[in-house]
Write a protein that binds this ligand. Structure first.
Ligand code: HEM
Length: 247
């Protein structure tokens, strides 16, 4: 049974579960575009790996270590599951109307995400064939995701729900880094394309290789910055709201 906030309770507001939303499910205009974006990304990103053939991979697979490709496959299938779970987790209607679904999909997000997505990402990141900058950026990205996710889980276990929400929002931002990377790469390539002939001698591959580290880094840093702004904005808004507790 869900604990409902009461005006007579001594539980601090940060430890109270949010009240059920009176707003119908279709009044969250961003949830449908987010779901469409996620599904479109998965339909593009995952199919080359379904046959488990390293030759079909979108990135060059290093010969050593031998476990790179199995880890990458585990990471991608786990990542597909997490991309779908994030939609459920951030949907306010589902979170407040069906808190049990939120709790269970949240447990799957952490318990499946850490061993299937975060740990494999951390293991393969130092071996990326795209060079040292990408290896460093990807390693920091994976380490931060594991840290934010585990902190979010720990805060929920301690019933510190305000902090739980903030850490999980940071974790979700990092999960979307990979999908955002696809969009950002196209944007950066378009911006740099006037230099194709002058700087890169018309070699499109050289241009893509040059842009990839910036795109890979910005694709998780920018969503994280956006979420940090969002968290601060909502903290300020909450502070400005009149208290519902009896004076
Ligand atoms: C915190 C989240 C994530 C981190 C830290 C992360 C990290 C990584 C790393 C280190 C690689 C290897 C890149 C290389 O060798 O150059 C990789 C590849 C890949 N990841 Fe993730 N990833 C994350 C989330 C996801 C999610 C949610 C998906 C969804 C399916 C996903 C799908 C892929 C795919 C498809 C590749 C292969 C590259 C490609 O085909 O373009 N990742 N990721």
């Amino acid at each position: 049974m869900e604990a409902t906030p009461s005006t007579h309770t001594t539980t601090p507001p940060s430890r109270q579960r949010p009240p059920a939303s009176p707003v119908p499910w279709w009044r969250w205009p961003w949830i449908l575009p987010l779901a469409l974006f996620s599904v479109t990304f998965l339909l593009y990103a995952v199919p080359p790996y379904l046959g488990m053939d390293p030759d079909q991979a979108r990135l060059p697979i290093p010969e050593s270590p031998s476990w790179f490709f199995p880890m990458l496959i585990t990471h991608i299938f786990g990542g597909a599951l997490l991309t779908l779970l994030v939609i459920l987790q951030v949907w306010p209607w589902l979170r407040t109307r069906h808190p049990a679904v939120h709790r269970w999909s949240g447990r799957v997000y952490v318990w499946a995400g850490v061993p299937l997505v975060g740990v494999p990402a951390l293991l393969i990141a130092p071996f990326s064939s795209t060079g040292g900058s990408v290896q460093i950026s990807n390693t920091v990205w994976a380490a931060l995701w594991l840290t934010f996710t585990l902190l979010g889980y720990a805060m929920a276990r301690r019933r510190r729900f305000a902090e739980h929400r903030e850490w999980m929002l940071r974790s979700f931002a990092l999960i979307y880094g990979i999908a955002f990377n696809r969009v950002l790469l196209i944007v950066l390539m378009t911006i740099m394309s006037p230099r194709l002939d002058t700087v890169y001698d018309g070699d499109f591959g050289a241009l893509a290789l040059d842009v990839a580290p910036a795109s890979g880094f910005l694709s998780w840093v920018l969503p994280l910055l956006f979420v940090e702004w969002w968290i601060k904005y909502h903290r300020r808004a909450r502070r400005g709201r009149p208290s519902t507790r009896a004076a």
